[in-house]
Design a binder for this molecule. Structure first.
Ligand code: BGC
Length: 480
């Protein structure tokens, strides 16, 4: 039986004219254990299906990519060397200079973050790669690598989008996700594009590994804690990666890999249920999808991740405004703008324990230039709880599905991403979701524990580069 219950104490004392239409939102957003279990069962089948179907095919939109990353082992903890890492995520470009020390599980790093401007995210391939190369050049000016005789420094590139890889040094972009829409990159290998921009500026680096942020998170968290079996991101987007046995990946059958070979699979499970078989879509989900850059794609991600939960709240608030309930005498022009709310707004509002909800009011005043009544804000707080709880419980389905598929009953999951790390309450809600799906005995600790992980794109990427270089060394030694 589900122990899940949403507790709307926040609504106590709020007048009836503000709460009368709220029942419909509970019907839309509350997901009981039985529903989560059904979604998870379907999720397991889709993960399995994705392992059978080869890479970037036109029908991909309805299939979970389950991309083979060619990272074939976990780090031993004794990796060493100096690496540059470049991380192009949803919001920032992060550059790190990482030195892995010979001493087990130790490293030093210097990093710098650059915001990725909106124009760059929707410009041309050349503009994007030139932007990246310029920032790398600026970073190297401040942090010279001291590389002798112009020997290129090895660089690992964390590219947080779905790519079809034939090896770890290349990757054809299957499709842009989040709010990226750069022309001339989909269907192309991103590594030569980046290399061409680096060459134009004479930047002496050698791209030795292309990885996903989930792969980096898995590697970095496993480096510190060998009980980690899944690496996941909960941020602008959402996704997870895990280590799979190659013999269980039918699409690898012609690659002649050894019987006991393993490989990290980047599930790209944001694409789960693109064929709308099981997820409980609400009218708001349909609207978010149809108004997005690529309708019909990343449907699970659009219900769960940080980029979309703010938009969900905005659509819900507008609906209640139009039903004559919220903000009746207010000018809500600024709230009408698409994506005017981000996940931070929800997190600040939920953390506000002041009687007058002062922090929440400040957010409304700063972002939308109007000040709601305390009762109106209580209604919004209630709605935020519903939306964020649904996101966390749906997120739990993806993690539970990976563990079920692999018959993993107990493990740690390394989770990175601004929303996971900064949205207090998210982890507990997701853990409760896992408990409901997996029926852990009452009083049992979290058997699948979601643990905050950082540095996937720094240390994780550097380790991936080191593993990739070792592989090349091993191949050379075997040939000689
Ligand atoms: C991308 C994934 C990425 C995730 C988290 C998704 O939109 O498709 O590759 O791992 O976002 O950044």
């Amino acid at each position: 039986m589900s122990s899940f219950r949403y507790r709307p104490e926040i609504l106590e004392g709020v007048p009836e004219h503000l709460t009368r239409n709220l029942k419909q939102f509970e019907d839309w957003f509350l997901l009981e254990a039985a529903e989560l279990k059904k979604i998870t069962e379907h999720f397991v089948k889709e993960l399995e299906k994705g392992l059978t179907i080869e890479g970037a095919v036109p029908s991909l939109d309805s299939i979970q990519p389950m991309n083979v990353t060619w990272v074939r082992s976990n780090p031993s903890g004794r990796e060493s060397g100096r690496f540059l890492t470049l991380d192009m995520g949803g919001t920032n470009l992060r550059i790190c200079d990482v030195t892995l020390s010979e001493q087990k599980r130790d490293f030093e790093q210097t990093q710098r973050k650059f915001k990725l401007p909106k124009e760059v995210k929707s410009g041309t391939a050349e503009e994007l790669w030139d932007f990246v190369a310029d920032r790398l050049q600026a970073f190297l000016k401040e942090n010279p690598t001291g590389s002798q005789d112009n020997i290129p420094v090895p660089l690992a590139f964390t590219f947080s989008f779905p790519v079809d890889q034939q090896n770890i040094r290349s990757g054809v972009l299957q499709r842009w996700t989040k709010k990226f829409n750069v022309s001339g990159v989909e269907g192309e290998d991103v590594v030569p594009q980046l290399e061409a921009a680096l060459a134009r500026k004479n930047i002496p680096v050698d791209v030795v590994a292309l990885i996903n942020d989930t792969t980096g998170t898995l590697i970095a968290s496993h480096y510190r804690d060998p009980h980690v079996k899944v690496g996941s991101i909960f941020s602008t987007g959402t996704n997870a990666a895990y280590m799979e046995e190659c013999r269980l990946v039918p699409k690898l059958k012609d690659y002649g890999l050894p019987e006991d070979a393993k490989v990290i699979i980047n599930t790209e499970y944001g694409a789960f249920d693109n064929d709308r078989q099981i997820l409980p879509f609400t009218p708001f989900d349909h609207q978010i999808d149809s108004e997005s850059l690529r309708p019909g794609t990343q449907l699970y991600e659009k219900m769960v991740s940080g980029l979309y939960i703010g938009e969900m709240l905005r659509l819900v608030m507008i609906k209640l405004h139009e039903e004559g309930i919220l903000f009746q005498d207010k000018d809500i022009t600024r709230l009408r703008q698409n994506y005017a709310i981000d996940a931070t707004f929800l997190s600040i509002a939920e953390m506000d324990i002041s009687e007058g909800l002062d922090a929440m009011r400040e957010e409304f005043e700063d972002d939308f230039s109007f000040s709601p009544t305390v009762d109106e804000m209580k209604v919004c707080r209630y709605l935020i709880g519903l939306i964020a709880t649904r996101a966390a419980r749906l997120y739990a389905c993806g993690i539970a599905a990976i563990c079920k598929k692999n018959n993993t009953k107990k493990c740690h999951v390394g989770v990175d991403g601004s929303v996971f790390n900064n949205y207090s309450g998210f982890k507990d809600r997701a853990s409760q979701g896992l408990r409901d799906i997996l029926d852990w005995p009452v009083g049992e600790i979290d058997l699948i524990a979601l643990n905050a992980s950082e540095d996937g794109s720094g240390v994780g990427a550097a380790l991936a580069a080191s593993l990739a270089l070792n592989k090349v060394e091993q191949i050379k030694t075997t040939i000689l």
